[in-house]
Structure formats: C-alpha cells, structure tokens
Design a protein around this ligand. Structure first.
Ligand SMILES: Nc1ncnc2c1ncn2[C@@H]1O[C@H](COP(=O)(O)OP(=O)(O)OP(=O)(O)O)[C@@H](O)[C@H]1O
Length: 277
C-alpha cells in the first residue's frame, strides 16, 4: 500500500510502515478495475452477524457463477479473513496490491492481511481509518468483479460514512438481531443510508430463533422480535429471519465458512433474485 496522506506515527508503527513506503502511483489500481456492483453490509450494532452475512452473500453470489470480492472495511475489528481461513501477505505488482483468493475464489482484502500478525491491534483515529478504506478502493487490483461486497464496521461513524460517501455503493443490506436495542440502532442505520440517498436492499434478522435439535421447536432465544414492525415503519423490506445455527458458528470459527450449506445460506440464496441485476 502506498503511504497514507497524514499517516500518523501510531498508524505507521501498527502496520509496520516506516512512513516511506512509496509515493502515490500516478496510475491507480482502480483505473484497471471493472467492478459492476458494490453492495455494503451494515448494522447499527456490533456482533449481530454483519461479517457473517457479508460472507454468506459473497458465497451465494459466487455459487451462482458471479465474480465476487469482499472489501473488509472493518479496519479495527476485521473478521473476514478469520471466517474464510485466509492468511498471508497480499502480493503486489506494478498496478497495485492483489487481494487474496478464498477456496471458492472470492477475492478478499482486509486490514488483518496487512498486519505483521493477526493479533496486532489497529489503534488509529477516524481520518486514518477512512484513508485506508479509500486505499482499499483505489489501490487494490480487484480486476473484473460482478459484485464487491463491503463489510462495514458497526455504527454510523467515520468508516461507514467514508464508504457510503466515497465508494459507488449501489445498495445496502442491513443486518439486525431480535433484541430491542438492535432494532433501535437499525433504525439509525436505515436513516443514515436514506440521508445518503442510497437504496436499501432490505433487512435480514439474524439469530432470530433456534431450532431445538430434538423436537424441532423454534425457540426465541432473544425474546419476541419487532423487526417486521420496524421494517413496516421505516418502509424497508424484511428479507428474512435467519436462525442461530451451531454448525454455522463452528464452521466460521474454524475458518471454514465456505463449507457451510445450511439454512442460513439456503434462505439467502432464495432472496438472490432481489439482489442479482
Ligand atoms: N446465525 C448464526 N448462527 C450461529 N452463529 C452465528 C450466526 N451469525 C453469526 N454468528 C456468530 O456470531 C459471531 C459474531 O458474528 P459476526 O462477526 O458476523 O458479527 P458482526 O456483526 O460482523 O460483528 P462485529 O460488530 O464485531 O463486526 C461470530 O462468531 C459468528 O460465527
């Protein structure tokens, strides 16, 4: 990656950059990229399954034969490489930095792939984080993609703002969970996206219920959901309620999300006609 304008000392020490890692190239990788559709995945609240749905959406599109990439814009809490079991330093050529490909062939770029080790914290201020997100767009050689899925950090702060303002995001998928708190912050996220005049693809409620493995009864682990009412009030579509799935948690924790074939993927695949252009 080229030197970040205004790259702070703490940023340099965290990424291992000496502050002299090169000047801005005249021709940027983005000039060689042909990215047809950019979809951002957003949630107001952390831990509701935003990265999981970024991964599932990318897998569903890839399984349909599309060329897919994931830009992990969660710079301080990147989890995409862990879900996909991706490690290693991205290579670079004269045009830009190459994303790393997953087992299925999904192209991934994440801050965690640029750190000396994955446990290294990124302790940067908002403007530096925004700069790195911009670099992921400008300097990564995504080449030809049908879909670039952008995993946003939770909330409505600097980083989501940068993505929604500076990247050509076509649609936003909102992820929520049944807790009332999640619903409240989802309303904030929806309002933010609307203020930016970007269409909302819909809302998915993750961790909606748990199916008892013995009697198949549906258990509302987090209590009654109000997501339908929230969507009706906000005028956005509820794309579905997705279960808590132990198999999904195990596979993604082990870096094998791409081996998952369960209900969350099947349900999402059924909604792809709303996404595929
Ligand atoms: N439907 C599900 N069933 C079981 N486990 C799930 C499900 N969805 C997500 N998880 C698990 O919950 C944890 C949090 O999910 P994830 O990292 O996708 O959330 P996030 O919203 O992206 O979090 P963050 O705010 O940290 O970015 C992960 O360990 C993931 O495997």
């Amino acid at each position: 990656m080229s030197e970040q304008n205004g790259c702070s000392p703490e940023a340099q020490s965290s990424c291992g950059c000496s502050g002299s890692c090169g000047s801005q190239p005249e021709v940027k990788a983005k000039d060689f990229n042909k990215i047809k559709h950019v979809i951002a995945v957003m949630s107001g609240k952390g831990g509701v399954g935003k990265s999981s749905f970024t991964g599932l959406l990318a897998m569903a599109l890839k399984r349909q034969g599309h060329k897919v990439g994931i830009l992990d814009a969660d710079i301080t809490g990147p989890s995409i490489p862990k879900l996909f079991g991706i490690k290693g330093q991205p290579k670079q050529n004269e045009k830009g930095v190459l994303p790393i490909e997953s087992k299925l062939g999904i192209k991934v770029m994440s801050m965690n792939l640029l750190l000396p080790n994955e446990d290294e914290p990124v302790i940067w201020r908002g403007p530096v984080i925004s700069g790195v997100i911009q670099q992921f767009w400008d300097e990564i050689l995504w080449d030809e993609l049908d879909y670039l899925i952008v995993d946003l950090p939770p909330g409505t702060g600097d980083a989501p703002l940068t993505v929604l303002q500076s990247l050509p995001v076509e649609q936003v998928l909102i992820v929520s969970s049944p807790q009332d708190l999640a619903n409240m912050v989802v309303r904030k996220a929806i309002k933010m996206v609307e203020k930016m005049n970007i269409p909302i693809l819909g809302v998915v409620e993750n961790m909606s219920y748990l199916l008892c493995p013995d009697c198949n009864t549906s258990i509302n682990v987090f209590g009654k959901s109000n997501v339908q009412e929230t969507c009706d009030t906000m005028g956005v579509e509820l794309l579905g309620k997705f279960p808590l799935d132990v198999k999904f948690a195990e596979l993604s924790d082990g870096g094998n999300i791409e081996d998952y074939e369960g209900e969350n993927l099947i349900n999402l695949e059924k909604k792809l006609d709303k996404i595929v252009k």
